[in-house]
Write a protein that binds this ligand. Structure first.
Ligand SMILES: *[C@@H]1O[C@H](CO)[C@@H](O)[C@H](O)[C@H]1NC(C)=O
Ligand SMILES: *[C@@H]1O[C@H](CO)[C@@H](O)[C@H](O)[C@H]1NC(C)=O
Ligand SMILES: *[C@@H]1O[C@H](CO)[C@@H](O)[C@H](O)[C@H]1NC(C)=O
Ligand SMILES: *[C@@H]1O[C@H](CO)[C@@H](O)[C@H](O)[C@H]1NC(C)=O
Ligand SMILES: *[C@@H]1O[C@H](CO)[C@@H](O)[C@H](O)[C@H]1NC(C)=O
Length: 474
């Protein structure tokens, strides 16, 4: 049987015809603007938002030549980097980058902000990577963290274990042969200082990839295992939860810097923290206290902080181990945070570099801008873009505080989201707005839109639809 009801050569000719603008199945697709409002809006925008230079050929020749010259003159760094800083923009897709750089310029009231560049878009080398997991076409933050932090691909929702461990198989995750060793441990064994910074819970999937091996990403504390309907309850005692691994296992214990949210995972349900939030542990342990009591080398000093002012007052040159837990759960979005309570990603990155940048062997710091992903999950485009700008600022600060002679800075993402940048919005249009009218129905459409999530007004049941290229609808 053919996969499609009509021969594929015929299908190809349909696609070609569609691209040429012919009418095939009653829907005409033409690449031409004929809506008077759109035409007027674009004309107004040209006068207001575009530098007249852009109308001259020479402007573009110069721009191209300058960039080429800069690349050719770049002094290459050879050898092995002493320090590595690895930034992840969680869920930071290509469309997120494009719209975040426009958002950044528009926040500064710059005209023509489409030209802006995020700090890391100015880096000398760029590449793309292909992502999938052993059992999944699309990577989640857990299996992708396993891949980029250990070099091994695993199954979706598992962290720091090979594909031999299926989701929730805690006994298999206990087997050392199934555990993928984190690059944090490689660095520690080379005598480097190591650190993990995030604005999610420090036990969330991405940061956990730096120190944990677990068969299910949600098992951040023992209570999470007990409330997981699909979990074998024995897993709560037979296999350490992620918070316990951070405090008990070699890689986690030896991290010099741990900063982010997630306090509740570290102390008992029966207790409350500084901000009067309840803990979540059932085993009665206070892992924060246990972390402070870890026996370090004689001169080492450990500091635990819970808010921005405490972080500011840490004497980083005198601190070897820094634990900062700034929220009961995830830290707030930058735009919504109480700045007197929560430090920014920039401030955490800065403090981490100061604590790590001691000694002769260098350091390895992992920083996650996790709220980008969190905002995309809720279809909150402005928050996602603002968090991307915050990550860009954190990277910019790291560049200022280090030298490219001995420090490698890598910025990447783990997976995309379904936010797209649609249509043909004119230059200078509000990236968060709906500046244009669709010619098919004369209704305005937003520049940014999501293909899934809560913003969908109506879900359509496509069970009986054939979704191959030869068909449209039923
Ligand atoms: C941009 O313009 C708005 C509205 O005039 C103003 O409130 C805001 O302070 C300006 N922002 C900057 C960074 O200049
Ligand atoms: C740390 O060392 C002290 C003194 O040697 C010892 O009493 C204590 O049990 C040790 N603590 C841990 C958590 O190993
Ligand atoms: C920070 O610690 C260093 C090293 O112990 C010390 O020399 C310095 O005076 C301290 N700074 C402050 C502000 O306490
Ligand atoms: C921010 O937090 C401080 C300290 O908890 C509190 O006093 C203040 O009211 C908070 N501000 C806002 C705007 O919630
Ligand atoms: C979707 O359509 C299928 C096939 O008609 C039907 O069996 C199913 O119940 C529908 N699902 C929902 C949620 O309506």
């Amino acid at each position: 049987m053919r996969p499609y009801g009509i021969p594929c050569a015929f299908a190809l000719s349909i696609v070609t015809a569609l691209l040429l603008g012919a009418s095939t199945d009653g829907i005409e697709i033409r690449h031409i603007e004929n809506n008077a409002e759109n035409i007027a809006a674009r004309k107004r925008a040209s006068n207001e938002n575009i530098s007249p230079d852009e109308n001259h050929k020479q402007f573009w020749y110069d721009a191209g030549n300058n960039l080429l010259r800069k690349k050719l003159n770049l002094e290459r760094q050879y050898g092995v980097a002493k320090n590595v800083i690895f930034f992840i923009g969680d869920g930071m897709s290509i469309a997120t980058l494009a719209s975040a750089r426009i958002y950044m310029g528009q926040q500064q009231n710059n005209t023509g902000s489409e030209k802006e560049m995020l700090s890391f878009e100015k880096f000398p080398f760029t590449g793309l990577s292909k992502t999938y997991c052993v059992d999944s076409q699309v990577a989640d933050s857990a299996c992708s963290a396993t891949a980029y932090l250990t070099g091994v691909k695993g199954n979706i929702e598992t962290i720091g274990v090979s594909g031999a461990v299926s989701n929730r198989d805690c006994l298999a995750s206990n087997e050392p042969t199934n555990q993928a060793v984190s690059s944090m441990l490689w660095a520690q064994r080379m005598g480097k200082r190591t650190g993990v910074v995030t604005n999610m819970r420090v036990t969330h999937a991405t940061p956990a990839g730096a120190y944990a091996s677990v068969a299910q990403r949600n098992w951040e504390c023992d209570d999470d295992v007990m409330i997981d309907k699909l979990a074998d309850k024995l897993c709560a005692t037979k296999s350490p939860d992620i918070a316990r691994q951070l405090i008990e296992r070699e890689t986690g214990r030896n991290l010099n810097v741990i900063m982010g949210g997630g306090r509740a995972k570290f102390f008992p349900k029966t207790d409350k923290d500084e901000q009067n939030h309840q803990g979540q542990r059932r085993d009665g342990r206070n892992l924060i206290k246990e972390w402070l009591e870890i026996n370090r080398t004689s001169r080492a000093s450990s500091v635990y902080v819970t808010d921005r002012s405490q972080l500011k007052s840490v004497n980083t040159s005198d601190t070897d181990y820094l634990l900062g837990l700034f929220a009961s759960s995830h830290m707030s979005y930058n735009l919504l945070a109480n700045k007197s309570v929560e430090p920014t990603l920039v401030e955490m990155t800065e403090a981490a570099i100061e604590v790590l940048n001691k000694g002769d062997n260098g350091y390895y710091l992992f920083v996650e801008g996790g709220n980008i992903d969190w905002a995309h999950h809720s279809n909150k485009a402005q928050l996602a873009l603002d968090e991307t700008v915050m990550l860009s600022k954190a990277v910019g600060r790291a560049v200022e505080l280090t030298s490219r002679v001995d420090t490698l800075i890598v910025v990447t993402s783990d997976h995309s989201h379904t936010m797209t940048m649609n249509g043909y919005p004119h230059r200078g249009s509000d990236i968060l707005g709906h500046p244009m009218i669709a010619s098919s129905d004369n209704m305005p459409y937003s520049t940014l839109s999501y293909a899934n999530g809560p913003s969908a007004k109506e879900r359509y049941n496509l069970t009986d639809d054939k979704t191959g290229m030869c068909y449209r609808g039923k």
